[in-house]
Design a protein. Structure first.
Length: 51
């Protein structure tokens, strides 16, 4: 089971479409790359290069 990480100010913002977009701050707290190609991934993952 994955660890629950409580959300804090600065962990995400809402896009114009109403979706939550997680920031680099949140990804660093989570501690690993999920390999979904997140917009603010601090781990350098590029889903276009991973085939």
């Amino acid at each position: 089971m994955k660890k629950h990480i409580p959300l804090e100010d600065g962990d995400y913002y809402l896009t114009p479409d109403g979706y939550r977009c997680f920031t680099e701050q949140y990804h660093l707290k989570r501690g690993y790359c999920c390999k979904n190609g997140c917009r603010h991934c601090p781990y350098g993952y590029d889903k276009n290069k991973d085939h």
